[in-house]
Every structure is written in structure tokens, then in C-alpha cells.
Design a protein around this ligand. Structure first.
Ligand code: IVH
Length: 667
């Protein structure tokens, strides 16, 4: 008993020190003193393993490596932000967000951290799950790695903590840590990272949490996702609340009113940018009042109540040494300026796209010219302008667009009204073949693990495959004889190919690489037509009824399915066993909970809340966040709180975990 109490005391002591150090930035003890307490707790825990709690402050070192990350569905989608690039856009945003009933709307202003978005869920104050943003709807479960990040508390402190609280924020790598990490990697002869953002992303996606633990990552909260209970009704006040519970929040956040104050914040942070110690790429303006946020709502993937004012792109001067022509997946020929390497916007740039012939003419650019290159965030580097005053005609040379495809020598075509020149070779062209297969295997398409760019290039160059369908004819012997491919990796690839056959209609449609059919359009098409043959038979006018499909996309889809070589690939894929659940059949035979509303509360021993939610939704149920008269059933786990009381008061059907399993199995 005395020992248990001591563990509790030491734990609380360390948690308090962490809070002072990471959140308040006011340490009260020295590192050595901290270390002494830490070692004391560790010693007791190793002597009494039953007293070791998984959220103990000593557990920030990582554990067993994973073989892959599990997928996590976000209960509330993780959105992105609209961008603004000048003061006028900020003014327009403030006007749009202003409500006539309020004299002057207040904004919470925050630095736009340049890392990656993460969602962290605390239940009963304990960190239970962390996930990446992914596509906004589903991300990857990176709990083991996030738990190793020093300034993220494993347990929240203070009072009135919501039973369940999802905080969202940015994982990033401070500049000092980044420099040290790169020095360390270089000393070991390993590849260093080009910028802190990539380093943060690479570290967070380590399957081995011990490696993640060795990386100097940090986190700042900027939003609340789902939560039980009451929170402040203002963004700024919520951030203070999170801080009070021990969560790290940027000290740069501020609440202001009026355009002038909004602009002043921006101008001020621009001057401080270099001394912050971490990379930011702009400033985020958020309507402070949460009710007003709700009233403003969302458009597509971004809120109307928030917007990011991005910093001007960085520029640098360098020389064009050559121009090469690349052939893309759809045959588009893109001129690429080969530059004398120059450091700009956080990376060394040696290529910049020149887009097309019109852009070359607009820039008036020659090989040998000095140019201004510009790079912002993750955007492809651009040539902003030519420094004509530096031009030396004896050293420059005109850029000649090729007359045939530089890869396969097929004829080129330029469609009237389009700026792009394309190779007409289709899958005959090795470049298009490689790109089409890479796209087919990519994460958002069939997600074929282990089939990376290098292997695709080898397979095509060795003439083993000509189209995506032939991937499924590959044999172990064929793959393992390729350079640098042992039989172990070859077996892995074959296994991934097998696994990838089970997919969804929307991934399949996306994988086909129909021009201008991205992930979202593929999803809309799948939802609308529910099966492939209905979509294949659809006419242009019918296709235009699908959300987001305009005239051009409709024609692209229509003609894709009228091209015999495409139909052949589609049929061979189906023959190879590529399949997906039939959306129509799934809906009509198993949608037994249509019209019913469920609310989920508490924690569950054998299933996560997000799994319960998706299982219920798959049966057609609506899952809502709060109990009301419209609720049909409350699924209550252990430690259910106010929702359970409310459901009881309203005489709503209540199910426990056991009953839920009976319901799910029975259905
Ligand atoms: S709020 C609904 N606040 O920017 C609004 N995002 O472009 C959701 N980011 O995915 C985002 N700092 O990764 C917000 N203070 C901040 C941010 C921030 C960085 C990132 C975040 C998000 C992306 C959107």
C-alpha cells in the first residue's frame, strides 16, 4: 500500500514538473532534480511491475515495433483551411465572417504550424488514441509514437476534464532538434531530412516507436474535436482550458477585434518568424465565438469561420542549365527546367516546372538564363521570372519542344483550347505505363504495399508488365530475378498484390486513372452508380448528374469506357479476382437499422467507439453525439455519465456492450 502511494506521489510530481516545463515554460527544478525523481519512479516500477501504469510518465520511450498502422475513422472529419495571400483577402474574410448582430467579431489568431495534423483522444483523462489526419475521414493509428512526444501529457491534470476529449493539433519538429537530428543521421552515414516538416512526418510514421521516441518531436493543440461535457464557448478560452489540463498550446495565440489588429498580428509575426524556433508558414484566423462558428458552417472541405493567411513564397536566383521533357500518366508533356541547385523555402531546388509551351512563351525563358525561382510550402517550385538584365546571348539557347514523344516517339497532339501537349502512345508509351501502374498501386488506389516507384520502373523496363492488369500475372520467379530483389521481398510483393484484390469500387475507379477523376469524384461515382456496369453504361448527360462531375469529366469517363484497350484492362482485372463489396446488395440486405438514431457513451472493453459507430452506420443507423427525444437507443459502456442520466430521464432504450454485440451479430 505504502509503495502504491509512493508511485502515485512520484507520478503526480513528475506530471507537475512536465506541466511547468512544457506548458507553462517555467520549470521549477533542474534537469538533474527531475531525473532523480524519474529514476526513483522507474526503479519502483521495475521492482513492482504490477504498479506500472501504461500512462506513467516513465512510459515515453516507445515499445514494440508494429508491422503496420491500423486505420482509424475520425468521428468528426478533419478539415483543411482556405488560404489567403494578401491583405485584401483577409479583409474580405473578416467581412464574410462578420455577423450583423455583433458589433465587431473577435478572432482567435494562431501561427500556422508547419507539421502534420494529429487527433488525440483522452478518455477519463488518459491518452487512449492518436491518429494522423489521413484523408480527413480515416487516418493511421499512431498512438504508440505520439505517446513518446515529450510535451504531450499521457494523463490530463486539473478539474472538470471531459470524460472524453479529442484534441487536435500539429506535430512538428523544432528547428534546433531538427538540426541535431540531421547532424546525427549524417554522422551515421544515413540520409538526412530536407526540412523539419518532412522530418516530423517521417518520424511520426515510424513503425518502431523507439525510433520515434528518439526524434525531437513536439505538439501544439489548435482545436477540439469530439467531446463529452461542457467546454468554453470561445476558441481562445478553449485553448486556455486545454492549457489548464496540461496540454501544450502555442504562446503566440491571441484574441483580437478588427482588421487593423488582425493585420498588426500578421506583420508582427512575420518579423518574429525566424526567432520562434519552429517553422510556421502563415497565420490562422478563426472566428472566436463557437456559436458563430456553427452558424457560419463549412463549404466543401474547409470551414467558413477560419482561414489561413500564408506567408509570401520564398524566392531565390539561379540559372537554368537545361530543359527536359517529362511524360506524365495521361501523356501530358511537361517541360522541366533543370536548375543550378539553390536553397529556397526550406529545400534545395534543382528542378522547376515550366508547365507547358504557353508558359515558356509567357516567361520568354532561354536555357542559360538567370531566373527567380519561388517555392511555398509543398508546392512544386516555379520560375517566377527571367532576369533579362543578366542575359548573355552567347551563353543562351532556345528551348525546342520535341516533335514526337521523348520516351516512345509516338506522335504528339494538342487539343484545341488546351495548353497541354500529349503523347498519343497511351500504354504503349513506357513513361505513361510506369505512371499508370504507379498510380494504380498508390495508397489511395489499390494500396499495393512494396510496389514502389523503383520496382515499377524495373518491371516495365524488363518488359514484365505493360498495364496494371498484368501485375496480377507476375510470378515469384519473375520478380525475384530483378536486380536487388530477393525472394523474401518478392514474396511480400506477391502477397500485397493478393491482399489488394479486395478493394472498394471507389478505390478501383480512382486506380483506373481516368483523366481528372480524383479520389473525391471516384467516391461520388461509386455512391451514385453503386456498381461498375451501371457506370460503364452511363451516357454523358447522365454522368453530369453525379456530384462534382462537369462536362469535361463526364466526357473523360464516357470515352474511357468506350476505348477497347481500357475495357480489356478492366475485364482482365476482374478476371484476376479484383473485387469489392456490392454497395447495392450491402445496402438492401443489411440496412436493418435505417431510420434509427443511436448515441454512444462511456468506454468499452472489446470494441472502440469508432468501430461501434461505423458498424451501426453500416447497418443504416444514424449515430449522433448527444441524447435527445429523437434518440432511439443509447449504447452505454462503463463510466457513462450525463448522457446515461439524460437517456434514463427521457426513458430511452439503453444497451450495454453485451447487448450491442448481440445486436451486431444478429443483424
Ligand atoms: S485549424 C477546421 N489551426 O493546417 C480547421 N490548422 O490547412 C482545421 N495547421 O490540417 C485546422 N496550424 O495541419 C488549424 N493553428 C492552426 C494550424 C492548423 C497548422 C494545419 C493543420 C491543417 C492544415 C489546414
Amino acid at each position: 500500500m505504502a509503495i502504491a502511494l509512493q508511485v502515485k506521489k512520484l507520478t503526480e510530481q513528475l506530471e507537475e514538473y512536465n506541466y511547468q516545463y512544457y506548458v507553462l515554460d517555467e520549470p521549477s527544478i533542474s534537469d538533474a532534480q527531475y531525473d532523480a525523481v524519474f529514476q526513483q519512479l522507474k526503479a519502483i516500477e521495475s521492482e513492482h511491475p504490477h504498479l506500472l501504469h501504461e500512462n506513467s510518465p516513465t512510459q515515453k520511450v516507445g515499445g514494440q515495433a508494429l508491422s503496420k498502422f491500423e486505420q482509424v475513422a475520425h468521428e468528426m472529419p478533419m478539415l483543411s483551411l482556405d488560404n489567403m495571400f494578401n491583405d485584401e483577402a483577409l479583409q474580405a474574410f473578416i467581412q464574410r465572417a462578420s455577423d450583423k448582430s455583433i458589433k465587431e467579431v473577435a478572432f482567435c489568431i494562431e501561427p500556422k504550424l508547419d507539421g502534420l495534423a494529429v487527433s488525440i483522444i483522452y478518455e477519463h483523462g488518459l491518452l487512449v488514441q492518436a491518429a494522423t489526419r489521413g484523408d480527413g475521414h480515416t487516418g493511421e493509428n499512431v498512438t504508440a509514437n505520439v505517446k513518446t512526444i515529450s510535451n504531450i501529457p499521457l494523463r490530463l491534470r486539473g478539474d472538470n476534464i471531459p470524460q472524453r476529449l479529442e484534441v487536435r493539433g500539429e506535430v512538428f519538429m523544432p528547428q534546433l532538434g531538427f538540426d541535431k537530428l540531421n547532424a546525427r543521421l549524417e554522422a551515421l552515414g544515413e540520409k538526412s531530412f530536407v526540412n523539419p516538416r518532412n522530418a516530423a512526418a517521417g518520424s511520426l510514421r515510424q513503425l518502431d516507436s523507439k525510433i520515434a521516441a528518439s526524434r525531437p518531436l513536439a505538439f501544439y493543440c489548435y482545436a477540439v474535436g469530439v467531446f463529452d461535457g461542457d467546454l468554453e464557448n470561445s476558441q481562445y478560452a478553449r485553448m486556455q482550458q486545454l492549457k489548464g489540463w496540461g496540454l501544450p498550446v502555442s504562446s503566440e495565440i491571441s484574441r483580437v477585434q478588427g482588421l487593423d489588429a488582425c493585420l498588426a498580428y500578421y506583420r508582427n509575426i512575420v518579423t518574429q518568424r525566424e526567432s520562434l524556433g519552429y517553422a510556421i508558414d502563415g497565420v490562422v484566423y478563426k472566428v472566436d465565438d463557437i456559436d458563430l462558428q456553427d452558424k457560419l458552417g463549412f463549404v466543401a472541405r474547409a470551414p467558413r469561420w477560419a482561414s489561413a493567411y500564408k506567408f509570401a513564397a520564398e524566392e531565390a536566383i539561379t540559372r537554368v542549365e537545361n530543359v527536359e521533357f517529362q511524360v506524365g500518366r495521361t501523356g501530358a508533356i511537361t517541360p522541366v527546367a533543370k536548375l543550378r541547385p539553390v536553397f529556397v523555402g526550406g529545400v534545395t531546388v534543382s528542378n522547376a516546372t515550366l508547365h507547358n509551351q504557353d508558359e515558356i512563351a509567357r516567361l520568354g525563358i532561354l536555357i542559360g538564363d538567370d531566373v527567380v525561382v519561388r517555392r511555398a510550402g509543398d508546392v512544386i517550385p516555379q520560375v517566377a521570372r527571367v532576369l533579362l538584365e543578366n542575359r548573355d546571348l552567347s551563353q543562351t539557347q532556345e528551348i525546342h519542344f520535341p516533335s514526337v514523344c521523348p520516351v516512345c516517339s509516338s506522335a504528339l497532339e494538342r487539343i484545341v483550347g488546351e495548353a497541354t501537349i500529349r503523347c498519343t502512345g497511351g500504354l504503349y508509351c513506357a513513361a505513361q505505363r510506369k505512371e499508370a501502374i504507379k498510380h494504380f498501386a498508390s495508397r489511395k488506389a489499390l494500396d499495393i504495399d512494396g510496389l514502389g516507384n523503383k520496382l515499377v520502373a524495373l518491371l516495365v523496363d524488363h518488359d514484365l508488365i505493360k498495364d496494371p492488369a498484368q501485375l496480377f500475372d507476375l510470378t515469384l520467379a519473375q520478380i525475384s530475378t530483378l536486380p536487388r530483389m530477393g525472394s523474401v521481398s518478392a514474396k511480400k510483393v506477391l502477397n500485397s498484390l493478393q491482399v489488394s484484390k479486395k478493394t472498394t469500387l471507389s478505390r478501383f475507379l480512382y486506380a483506373l486513372g481516368i483523366r481528372e477523376v480524383g479520389e473525391a469524384t471516384a467516391n461520388n461515382l461509386a455512391m451514385h452508380y453503386k456498381n461498375l456496369s451501371a457506370l460503364q453504361d452511363a451516357g454523358i448527360e447522365a454522368l453530369k448528374e453525379v456530384a462534382d462531375v462537369g462536362d469535361i469529366v463526364a466526357k473523360n469517363i464516357y470515352y474511357f469506357f468506350r476505348q477497347p484497350s481500357n475495357l480489356q484492362v478492366v475485364n482482365r482485372l476482374l478476371e484476376a479476382g479484383v473485387h469489392w463489396p456490392d454497395i447495392q446488395a450491402v445496402e438492401s440486405t443489411t440496412q436493418t437499422l435505417v431510420g434509427q438514431t443511436f448515441v454512444i457513451t462511456g468506454s468499452f472493453a472489446n470494441i472502440s467507439r469508432s468501430d461501434i459507430k461505423s458498424e451501426l452506420q453500416a447497418l443504416g443507423a444514424k449515430v449522433s453525439g448527444s441524447v435527445s427525444k429523437k434518440t432511439n437507443t443509447l449504447i452505454a459502456g462503463t463510466a457513462a455519465g450525463s448522457k446515461l442520466e439524460k437517456a434514463q430521464a427521457l426513458d430511452i432504450n439503453i444497451m450495454d456492450e453485451q447487448q450491442l454485440f448481440t445486436l451486431l451479430n444478429k443483424q
